[in-house]
Design a protein around this ligand. Structure first.
Ligand code: F6R
Length: 613
């Protein structure tokens, strides 16, 4: 949610920190700020709104220095305003803090600090942190010692970076719980700190990731890690292969459009190196279980949020059909509160692009506590979910910048399909022939996706025609019902048009009352085992005078005859159809949102990784 960047080195800290914040713009924020140590002074600049505002402030009075921190804020306590924007200073202007998370006990801490004479300037919970550090530093403690003592008093989940005039050669960064990551990047004579590695990928690929209740003392020569109890922690570093170029727009109008077109590549990268044909097999480099261990699972629990939850719903069809194992799918935000049944024979699968969604992390801990084995399907390398799991299947979608998830979704579906094949192989529900055939279909899929994306299916005409509609209904059945949900979610989050997804067969039980010429109905009706039933459901839209946008397979004249507009995809195996049907719906949502003049990459009120419960 909030973005954090820090720098210690020899170069211009203002530029490096600001550029890092720009890389995090996609995460969503409402204000921003930056502090630089400059000739024995702490220079702080803050502004409300987009980073362009902060840039104007920096251009007027550029702080000069080689140590700095910066922050983009997504308001939780206190409205978006300059005074509430981070960084926050202590009373004397000697110490400065940026923070991601919520100080749950800030009311009592603020009262205590006020009673001691501290003066608060903002309405934020964050400001208590810097006054607490100030209080502990008053008796001569070093910045890291004062920070350790202060952090032990905070309740909640936090990512924090501090800087002080008294120790101008360093930053202190800490992580408590799951409020987003704290990544340390190592360069030559310079060190970086960031909430998200994309902020510093331009400068280094050598990264270390802080775990819960760890603190790093960061200088230009590297960093030292300690636990909050003061014990030294030996931290290893990882070389990240993500390409910074992949995080640039590359000629597309929006990141979202670029990422939609990257899907064939994302899917083939997710498959690469994981399948064998002939004697067919599937393997995952990050999962330590033998076939016997895979066989021991008697049920699968999948959790995720939003789009990742939709991927989970589709995986249920894949896993139950191919591996004949019972699957339940939960919203991660609900799982923890329903007294779930899970035990040592349960495979718990957390699906999360960012790997930092707090609801997912909390449900992983809950499942683990009940004895389940935890597998994370995750895109972000080194993220908390990846590190907290017993096994990881990384998707290789690359950095996803558009807030609305597209390539991460199809990469998730690919990884989950591979999981279904792996379990099917281990449980012997798939013969070698079946497995070979399934792998063949999967290998052909990126080509088919490319074919769908290269077609001109009149999206802009559709957008011109329907941009003023207030509501859309999306229908699908079976494995394409979650695609109806996903189509509706994509549309509502980026275009602000109200949209609902429904199982096509359910329409007659209520939503049919809504049908009129004002509300387009998008119906997914590919030639699967429920095709005819779906067609019958969809025909009811037309016979009630509705507007129908059909989404079917190539050459489907029956669907064409009842549709006002037709979108087509080629055929593939039923389990893989969602990877094709998702694409026209992403493009439809994109062109509608763009036609309405919406900020496609940064829709209002949304953030890329949701680190509050
Ligand atoms: C929708 C979208 C969100 C995310 C959800 C989970 O386009 O992006 O619904 O899917 O917030 O995020 P992750 O996958 O990071 O856990």
């Amino acid at each position: 949610m909030c973005g954090i960047v820090g720098y210690v080195g020899e170069r211009d800290a203002t530029r490096i920190v600001f550029d890092g914040l720009k890389r995090l713009e996609y995460r969503g924020y409402d204000s921003a700020g930056l502090a630089v140590l400059s000739d024995g002074r702490l220079e702080v600049r803050r502004s409300v709104g987009k980073l362009a505002e902060l840039e104007r402030v920096l251009d007027r009075e550029p702080p000069r220095g080689t140590v700095g921190i910066g922050h983009t804020r997504w308001a939780t306590h206190g409205k978006p305003s300059e005074v509430n924007a981070h960084p926050h200073l202590d009373c004397r202007g000697d110490i400065v803090v940026i923070h991601n998370g919520i100080v749950e006990n800030y009311v009592e801490l603020r009262q205590r600090l006020r009673d001691q004479g501290h003066v608060f300037r903002s309405e934020t919970d964050t400001e208590v942190i810097v006054h607490l550090v100030e209080a502990f530093a008053a008796d001569g403690a070093s910045l890291d010692e004062a920070a350790r003592r202060a952090l032990r008093e905070l309740r909640g989940n936090h990512a924090i970076v501090l800087m002080s005039l008294r120790e101008p050669d360093r930053l202190v960064a800490a992580r408590l719980g799951n409020a987003g990551g704290v990544t340390i990047g190592l360069g030559e004579g310079e060190t970086f700190v960031a909430s998200d590695l994309t902020a510093i990928l331009d400068h280094t690929r050598t990264m270390a990731f802080l775990d819960d209740r760890e603190m790093a003392i960061v200088t230009r020569d590297g960093f030292r890690c300690v636990g909050l109890d003061g014990t030294p922690v030996d931290k290893s570093t990882t070389v990240v292969s993500w390409d910074p170029v992949a995080a640039a727009k590359g000629g597309y109008k929006h990141f979202m459009l670029k990422e939609i077109y990257e899907q064939p590549r994302a899917v083939s990268d997710t498959i690469r190196g994981r399948v064998n044909q002939g004697p067919a097999s599937v393997r995952f480099e990050g999962v330590p279980w033998t076939d016997a261990a895979w066989r021991r699972f008697r049920r699968v629990l999948i959790v995720g949020c939003g789009t990742a939850w939709h991927a989970g719903l589709i995986a249920k069809f894949m896993l139950e059909d191919l591996a004949r194992v019972p699957v339940e799918v939960d919203y991660a935000d609900e799982f923890r509160y329903r007294n779930p049944l899970a035990d040592a024979e349960t495979l718990f699968v957390a699906v999360t692009q960012s790997g930092e969604t707090v609801d997912v992390l909390v449900s992983m801990a809950e499942a683990r506590q009940r004895g389940a084995k935890v597998l994370a399907v995750v895109n972000a390398i080194g993220s908390q979910a990846a590190r907290a799991a017993d096994g990881v299947i990384y998707t290789h979608a690359g950095p996803e910048i558009g807030v609305a998830s597209t390539k991460a979704f199809t990469a998730h579906l690919t990884a989950l399909y591979l999981l279904a094949l792996k379990l099917g192989q281990a449980r012997e529900t798939l013969s070698n022939d079946q497995l070979n055939q399934a792998i063949q279909r999967l290998l052909e899929l990126p080509h088919r996706m490319g074919d769908v994306l290269s077609r001109d299916q009149g999206y802009e005409d559709l957008a011109n025609r329907y941009a003023k509609c207030r509501d859309f209904l999306f229908l699908g059945r079976g494995i394409n019902y979650p695609i109806a949900l996903e189509g509706a979610l994509k549309l509502k989050e980026i275009s602000y048009i109200h949209a609902e997804g429904y199982p096509a067969g359910e329409m007659k039980h209520g939503p049919i009352a809504l049908i009129d010429e004002e509300m387009p109905v998008v119906a997914i009706a590919v030639r699967d085992h429920v095709y005819e039933k779906t067609l019958n459901n969809v025909a009811q839209v037309k016979s009630r005078g509705g507007v129908l946008i059909g989404l079917g397979n190539d050459g489907d004249d029956t669907l064409a005859a009842i549709s006002d507009h037709l979108l087509n995809v080629p055929e593939t195996s039923e389990h893989l159809t969602p990877l094709l049907t998702a694409l026209p719906l992403q493009l439809l949502a994109y062109y509608l949102a763009d036609r309405r003049g919406c900020d496609v990459d940064q829709p209002r009120n949304l953030a890329k990784s949701v680190t509050v419960e």
